[in-house]
Design a protein around this ligand. Structure first.
Ligand code: UDX
Ligand code: UDX
Ligand code: ADP
Length: 463
């Protein structure tokens, strides 16, 4: 079966970039990305592709090339479903905030709504592809809904998890380490798998396209994120020990990373991992393990989250104790709010939790992030529900420049590793700060020696 029309439900951080690259690389396939959020679709259709709703290096150019040719963004969900032979589900699957599994299980309500809508609208056979990260065996639920509420047409379900990382999405999509496609072991299932393999084969070498059964594919996505997050928690755990023993975590990371069995990547000690995936997926894994009665397995993985929460709290605590046990009424500048550099995404960013702690200590925060707007920063804090929106607004000011954020500050906290932070005029920043001038580098990106020579009291992570 040759695919000529694809529909993707969900124009977010995963659906948007992924479909843009598929459209760019497959000019013969019409790709329509739909979303209920009208403002988001309007932004994807903005004449100036620099105004698309997601900041990713290189993405504006890809969209500019394909949009209007074979890439379309629309709110007409039913029309796009009806036309397509293949439908990607790329909607959000947040952690449940209510009921059973609250705080752990994935909330599948958006997925279920999609499945019901696909079933209702479809008048011809369809391949339905899970793109969002889902708990293992979700495909079974989707299949049940499709087969029991549909119009008698046939559905094949594939799992095709996305491994792109934000900030490098376009590069990751163009040169993926691997593409993973899981499907039914029946002949129909294999045909569906092959149809999707052919789409990717337009730009990905066949040996990098891996096919498995549905459950292996679903579980591999959770496992990959759990392993990556585990490395960050492992090095962060060692960072605390380094601070006590005189070892330097960067030196330790380099020394162990040169062992080819360990490898050098994902060993940067930090203020803690964030992002929409790591915590959610591990909680999900923990919940699933518990559901099967596998308590040791659940506890093992939960420790990765416990360590990460500790690392965030440890950072804010260090700021308070270093500033003579009180930050009440003191101005503290935050450089960075995004959960990593080169993205405007702030979901689960460590900055949010560090800020929340410091507001509890009555600090006055001045935040500067090159890509995150004021509304997002305040709404991230309000979402925690620690205090009223008015109180958050009173304690937090979003600055227009780093120099404004740092002027008259008692301390600077670096929360995101944006490259531009290194190149600021640090002498000018120092001259305009309260003394002693403290820098808490939660990403170990600044030049400690140079800053110390200027007069800063510099505190990195793990040294
Ligand atoms: C280890 C370290 O590898 C080595 O660098 C250090 O100097 C000494 O400790 P060793 O104990 O000799 O070496 O063997 P290793 O290959 O690391 O295996 C240790 C155990 O892990 C073995 O029982 C092995 O069977 C097991 N293992 C290893 C697994 O079960 N699965 C794996 O994927 C790898
Ligand atoms: C991750 C996975 O990498 C990606 O494959 C999956 O599809 C989605 O989840 P993402 O969350 O976008 O991607 O970013 P990633 O680069 O993995 O970083 C996650 C968090 O870990 C960030 O907060 C980052 O700053 C932190 N991190 C990463 C560290 O603190 N140290 C490291 O060494 C690496
Ligand atoms: P991700 O990082 O997984 O891409 P996002 O939250 O960025 O998550 O994107 C998910 C998108 O899916 C949102 O823009 C949301 O409006 C959209 N969405 C959720 N449910 C539906 C639905 N039933 N129909 C269409 N779009 C949906």
């Amino acid at each position: 079966m040759k695919i000529t029309k694809i529909c993707c439900i969900g124009a977010g951080y995963v659906g948007g970039p992924t479909m843009a690259v598929i459209a760019q690389k497959c000019p013969d396939i019409k790709v329509t990305v739909v979303d209920l959020n009208e403002a988001r679709i309007a932004a994807w259709n903005d004449k100036d592709t620099n105004n698309i709703p997601i900041y990713e290096p290189g993405l504006a150019e890809v969209v500019a090339e394909a949009r209007g040719r074979n890439l379309f963004f629309s709110t007409e969900v039913e029309k796009a479903i009806d036309e397509a032979e293949m439908i990607f589900i790329s909607v959000n699957t947040p952690t449940k905030t209510y009921g059973s599994g609250k705080g752990m299980a994935a909330d599948l309500k958006y997925i279920e709504l999609c499945a019901r809508q696909i079933a209702r609208v479809s008048k011809s056979n369809k391949i339905v592809v899970e793109k969002s990260t889902l708990p293992v065996r979700t495909a079974e639920a989707i299949k049940n809904i499709l087969d029991n509420t549909g119009n008698g047409v046939r559905f094949q379900i594939l799992s095709n998890p996305e491994f792109l990382a934000e900030g490098t999405a376009v590069q990751d999509l163009l040169n993926p380490d691997r593409i993973l496609i899981g499907g039914d072991t029946t002949e129909e299932g294999q045909n569906a798998i092959n149809a999707l393999v052919d789409v990717y084969a337009n730009w990905v070498a066949k040996e990098r396209i891996l096919t498995t059964n549905l459950w292996s594919s679903e579980l591999s996505k959770l496992t990959a994120n759990a392993f990556l997050a585990q490395r960050v928690s492992s090095i962060n755990a060692l960072s605390e020990l380094c601070e006590k023993t005189g070892a330097d975590v960067s030196e330790v990371a380099k020394a162990i990373g040169m062992d080819s069995r360990i490898g050098p990547k994902f060993l940067k000690a930090s203020v803690g991992f964030g992002g929409s995936c790591f915590q959610k997926d591990i909680l999900n894994l923990v919940y699933i393990a518990k559901a099967y009665g596998l308590n040791e397995v659940a506890d093992y993985w939960e420790q990765v989250i416990i360590m990460n929460d500790h690392q965030k709290r440890r950072f804010s605590h260090k700021i308070v104790t270093t500033l003579y046990n009180t930050v009440s009424g003191k101005k503290i500048a935050f450089l960075g709010w995004a959960f990593k550099k080169d993205t405007n995404d702030t979901r689960e960013s460590a900055a949010i939790y560090v800020a929340d702690d410091l507001i509890n200590e009555q600090a006055e925060l001045y935040v500067f992030d090159p890509k995150v707007a004021e509304g997002q920063i305040l709404s991230d804090l309000n979402y925690l529900d620690s205090r009223t929106a008015e109180e958050n607004k009173k304690q937090v000011t979003v600055a227009a420049s780093p120099y404004e954020a740092c002027k008259d500050a008692h301390a600077i906290a670096v929360l995101t590793e944006w490259d531009e932070f290194r190149d600021y005029d640090w002498k000018k920043i120092y001259d305009n700060m309260m003394k002693p001038a403290f820098v808490f580098d939660g990403r170990n990106i600044l030049d400690a020696k140079q800053l110390t020579e200027m007069g800063f009291i510099y505190k990195g992570i793990g040294s």
